[in-house]
Design a protein around this ligand. Structure first.
Ligand SMILES: C[S@@+](CC[C@H](N)C(=O)[O-])C[C@H]1O[C@@H](n2cnc3c(N)ncnc32)[C@H](O)[C@@H]1O
Length: 204
């Protein structure tokens, strides 16, 4: 079951803004992979967070590649349409809701602005294929997904993430996720208590 909600992990978003964003901002194009994104609140929370901290022109060059294994047809249209129910947007701070959503009179729901919808593209993808959706990524977000995998699968997926990131790129996971031991040689933990990691060169 794809349990998710908007701004589920404010601490992770704050770490991204504080540490990853200044470096991502130096790039012409910013590519982010939200792996195991469910039906939209997580990639759109990221998009809102970046837009809050980024000018219009830079934001136009930001792309969030949102992927999930979901084998029904719900996630793609839900993300592309950006339409959420009153309950789904219930946790969004009022100022953010007013700024980035419009009321959809027909459904009674809230639709996220086109500028943010354009920044998020969904595709179906199985992390256990161990094929990255692309390379040269600046940030990978994978939260509340790795816990479903075996330790060996986790090791393989995290190694694949390392491969897909640019040198110095970032990886963030949920607070309770313990990274496989191998990851300690691939990433540097950015702060002692947070779950933001930075790609280091692979040891030879
Ligand atoms: C609990 S939800 C987490 C959603 C979001 N990341 C969050 O933290 O709010 C877990 C998601 O992982 C997806 N998932 C499970 N196995 C996967 C796989 N092998 N590849 C890609 N996504 C997977 C599920 O379909 C589900 O949408």
């Amino acid at each position: 079951m794809a349990f998710t909600y908007f701004f589920r992990d404010q601490q992770a978003l704050d770490l991204i803004v504080q540490y990853a964003l200044p470096e991502l901002n130096r790039r012409r194009y910013i590519n982010i992979w939200d792996a195991g994104c469910a039906m939209g609140p997580e990639p759109y929370s990221l998009a809102i967070t970046f837009r809050e901290n980024m000018g219009h022109f830079l934001f136009r060059n930001l792309r969030i590649h949102a992927t999930d294994i979901a084998d029904d047809d719900r996630f793609g249209p839900a993300i592309a349409g950006g339409l959420f129910t009153e309950v789904e947007v219930g946790r969004i701070p009022a100022g953010i809701l007013d700024k980035y959503f419009t009321r959809d009179l027909e459904s009674g729901g809230y639709r996220i602005l086109a500028e943010l919808r354009r920044a998020v593209a969904f595709q179906r993808h199985d992390l256990l294929s161990l094929q990255p959706i692309r390379e040269e990524l600046g940030l990978i977000v994978c939260k509340n997904v790795l816990l479903h995998f075996t330790p060996e699968q986790r090791r393989e997926v995290v190694t694949m993430f390392h491969r897909a990131l640019v040198l110095g790129g970032y990886f963030v996971t949920e607070q309770t996720q313990k990274l496989p031991a191998e990851a300690e040689t691939l990433f540097r933990r950015v702060t002692p208590s947070g779950q933001l990691f930075q790609k280091m060169a692979q040891p030879t």
